[in-house]
Write a protein that binds this ligand. Structure first.
Ligand code: HEM
Length: 321
């Protein structure tokens, strides 16, 4: 059985929900309570690096969606990140999972469309209330807490969260060797107005490659960020973006329920990253990726996490600016 890895409380106690506090505000405050205040940084996925390149769609992408970036090549901006709100966290820490990828497609209209995905297939919870309870249980669990402690109690009543926590989360050799999952469902609409529910899977062209635990402990604190910055000067860092289409009856409203592997995967195209973005720190502060930034041809499903995430991300943006 894999080790149970849950980020410990790194700051003050998680906040007790005030009755008047909105759910997004409660979750934003929970992140700050867990990780401490780091002005100028994201309250989650604080440590990252931005690369630039191109996305080239496949001919079959347009069968799924009429979105402009799925018809012809467009520039992309991609941010790789470690999980958690600590901007100096060592990359090899177990609390950096799931790692993140945020992809911004720059559209011919001048607008943009985002994908915000992470390195785990299936999110820890399926709705915002459970996420707040999860963060607060982590915050309330101390080494001295009697068993069952708050996080054990939460995981005892949320079997998919327990599975998420127990799943192995090996350290990739490079961000270029990690697989990424959108987890939340969107509705893809093609030119004939055919609508299909799907979730993104973003798979490394160089293959998934992971370090064992002995090799992981020998890595340097910034090894993932440093490696990808050097890597991209030698060869393009490439990912194929797929959409996993739901079968009739597959739940679209709960990102913690993983759809079976036999569901149809449609290859949408290839991201090819060729440079580290100049002025990286300033750009990271300025750029705000958001899963709700969509375009004609991709729309929201009944998954409640997307709009909830959007509201919390907006609070995080306000915090860092
Ligand atoms: C209740 C659910 C979630 C909450 C409350 C949440 C919260 C946050 C917050 C506050 C940020 C910082 C945003 C910013 O300052 O720009 C963030 C970043 C991020 N989140 Fe989430 N998140 C949730 C679920 C997810 C899921 C399901 C995924 C992926 C499947 C994900 C992937 C990411 C990534 C990749 C980033 C970094 C984005 C960037 O590079 O700017 N999150 N999240």
């Amino acid at each position: 059985m894999a080790t149970l890895v849950v980020a410990p409380s790194m700051g003050a106690q998680a906040t007790t929900p005030a009755p008047t506090k909105s759910l997004p505000q409660r979750i934003a405050d929970d992140f700050i309570a867990l990780y401490g205040l780091h002005p100028g940084y994201r309250i989650n996925h604080a440590k990252g690096i931005i690369l630039t390149g191109t996305f080239t769609p496949t001919p079959q992408a347009k069968t799924v969606s009429r979105a402009p970036h799925l018809q012809a090549p467009v520039p992309v901006i991609v941010r790789f990140s470690d999980a958690g709100g600590i901007p100096t966290i060592p990359d090899q820490s177990p609390y950096t999972t799931p790692r993140g990828i945020a992809i911004r497609f720059t559209l011919p209209s001048g607008g943009y469309s985002d994908i915000v995905a992470n390195s785990h297939n299936g999110f820890v919870v399926g709705n915002g209330e459970d996420f707040a309870e999860f963060l607060e249980a982590v915050g309330a669990t101390k080494p001295t807490s009697p068993h069952p402690n708050p996080i054990e109690k939460f995981l005892g009543t949320h079997p998919r969260s327990l599975q998420f926590v127990k799943d192995p989360k090996p350290m990739p050799v490079s961000f270029a060797n990690e697989a990424w999952y959108g987890n939340n469902a969107f509705i893809f609409v093609n030119a004939q107005n055919v609508k299909q529910a799907g979730r993104y899977q973003i798979l490394p062209v160089a293959g998934q490659k992971y370090l064992d635990s002995a090799a992981t402990v020998k890595t340097a604190p910034n090894f993932l960020m440093d490696e990808i910055a050097k890597h991209v000067t030698k060869e393009p860092v490439q990912f194929k973006i797929f959409v996993q289409l739901a079968n009739p009856g597959d739940p679209t409203s709960d990102g913690s329920i993983v759809w079976p592997n036999d569901r149809k995967l449609v290859e949408l195209g290839t991201v090819s990253l060729t440079a580290v973005a100049p002025n990286n720190a300033a750009l990271q502060k300025q750029l705000a990726f958001n899963p709700i930034y969509l375009d004609d041809g991709i729309s929201l499903s009944d998954d409640p996490l997307v709009t909830l995430r959007s509201a919390v991300y907006a609070l995080s943006v306000a915090h860092r600016r």
